[in-house]
Design a protein around this ligand. Sequence first.
Ligand SMILES: Cc1ncc(C[n+]2csc(CCOP(=O)(O)OP(=O)(O)O)c2C)c(N)n1
Length: 757
Amino acid sequence: MNINARDKVLGDGRSQSEDVSVADVAAALVAAISRLTHKIAAPTCKVAAGGKIQSFANHVVARRFRLLAGLSCECLMSLSPAHDSSMANAIRALAMDAVQQANSGHPGAPMGMADIATVLWTRHLRHNPADSTWADRDRFVLSNGHGSMLLYALLHLSGYDLPIDELKNFRQLHSRTPGHPEVGITQGVETTTGPLGQGLSNAVGMALAEALLAQEFNRPGHAVIDHCTYAFVGDGCLMEGISHEASSLAGTLKLSKLIVFYDDNGISIDGEVKNWFADDTPGRFEGYGWNVLRHVDGHDAAALDAAMVQARQFAAEGRGPTLVCCRTVIGKGAPNMAGTEKVHGSPLGKDEIAAARVALDWPYGPFEIPADIYRDWDGKPRGQSLQDAWQQRFDAYAEAFPAQAAELRRRLAGDLPAGFAEQAQAFIGATAARAETVASRKASQLAITAFAELLPELLGGSADLTGSNYTDWKGVTPVRATEQGLQFGRHINYGVREFGMAAIMNGVALHGGYLPFGGTFLTFSDYSRNALRMAALMKQRVVHVFTHDSIGLGEDGPTHQSVEHAASLRLIPNLHVWRPCDTTETALAWMAAVQRPASVGLKVREGGPSALLLSRQNLPFVERDAQTIAAIARGAYVLRDAIEPRAVIIATGSEVGLALGAQEQLAARGVAVRVVSMPCAEVFDAQDAAWRAAVLPKGLPRVAVEAGVTAGWYKYVGLDGAVVGLDTFGESAPAGVLFKHFELTVERVAAAVERIL
Ligand SMILES: Cc1ncc(C[n+]2csc(CCOP(=O)(O)OP(=O)(O)O)c2C)c(N)n1
């Protein structure tokens, strides 16, 4: 029993050593709760003390009391072990049945983690199944996303809008129960998981966003942002390198409200992990600065509850993130297959399911859940009461700090501030008027500097290349862990962790309240790639600043010179890849990236990430009239036309200068050509047919030029066109030397045009 809590509950000065009966505690609880709240809801709960079970009081109210008083009362309340296990068995049964029905899926992890999930979701997780978008809800991430039936069972049982028919339709076309959880499809799914390790990293991003938002918006006596992020991880997540990147940063930044449960079942697809994963996982996380709760029996509700109380205590005390190491049996309940890889990823089969029903004492048919189990799982009354209490706090906050409350609402909705579009346009106009010749990475910093003032939600960072990526701005402060807690800042030193950075940024975006961007060299986008893909799939507004975008970076040589990266990023659906040619295009690219819609809750439909590919070297400023400046936002536009052009040269980024040079050279030889700048092919492809035909008229031969692989460009130039590019790796030498060496020259572009005429 938590004596402090009891003392406070009793409030009568009795010392902790005094013997207090359960009835005393109950009476004091109810009295205290009554003083604090007049709304007392109905359901009863059982209170355990000294092995005796008594039924009294009201668990909704007790939890509300805990919430209001800031105390941990779980210790006072414990459902009976038999009851806990039937609630967990409901998860096991649904997982077995759904996987069997789909003839596909992963029953092992849901059955093994059912007890952990039951204790967490019914006693600790602060969520409201009736409102999956409640801003201050705890976040829950199933990083071992193959165990999706665990999450679907939890959502269904606790009362989210996920009817049993959806579970019967597990893994079927257009069901709300896809193979792996997908944000935007199923209410209550906070992130799309399946690529192992990334869910954990998303959770780190969510915890980071929570901590920053709390720093930014909470005021003394008004903790309107105050929630935990919980994640489930398996061996697979922890084997993945990204788990190191994200967990190391989480420990360094002391993200205390991050609580992770490790499903230590010793099994992965190939069998017993001890043969390929023999790390000292607890020691590893202690090394990161985490609190580690070792040897927790993942099937003992009381032990789990105690661990969760302890983890939340660490969170409340700001002692850093916590890893709860739970020993579990994969597929627990399947009498012949549990504990083996056989239950990991295939249906148990009719006979084993029948045997499991007997072993679990679960005499119900497939997808049948008895009413009392449904009733006990129902999280709506408790959730509503938690949300109501928060709403009252928020209303008080809004009264005391109306401007901050309005700003917080805007930020959480992902809306841009009123007037942003006009202010951004004014910046673009001023940029054009300044006519500066700088590197596009520098132009990007100019845009960041301007936009950071307009958008307090911009949260920058870099994977240890801040001074090269130019992702900081004058006056920005870094996020730091201090003795007093997280020091607020808008620049994150992600360290040399490109993949971790990208997945953490996804978590920040998913949490809401910030618009994250981060930088590295374009070549290292390969490291971050799957998280970019996930951002695109999840339609999250995240901006990647990829500098040093070609052989133009020079002496660092082929290891650092991107050749295939622009083309390869363009293959990712829903990722906007911008490769601007000067300050004006860079400012426009930034504006377009920021204006992609934010995805909030189930409104994850239109937005998406952007990648800005930026040069190390200076790029000449290009004059344009206002109409041409506006056309940049169309993705491709006529930059310089000619009277009756005989061909079109399409170029991006640093090669636009070559295209303009070739146009001049050809004009001198009597050959009129049009130059099209195509900073973003995806945006151009989405324009109406009239625009596309006006920019690239049918019948005009085309040449494309880009300092990278040529393959993707045939889509625009056709097989009769020509592409001037680079289909080999680069070399180590000064940039100017390399452009000549690889014949990325005005002469070659002009010659290519003449060849196709
Ligand atoms: C990045 C990545 N690699 C591979 C897989 C395929 N995969 C799915 S589950 C799994 C094994 C995971 O083992 P564990 O986390 O122990 O899960 P359990 O067996 O306990 O369900 C693998 C390799 C994946 N989903 N993601």
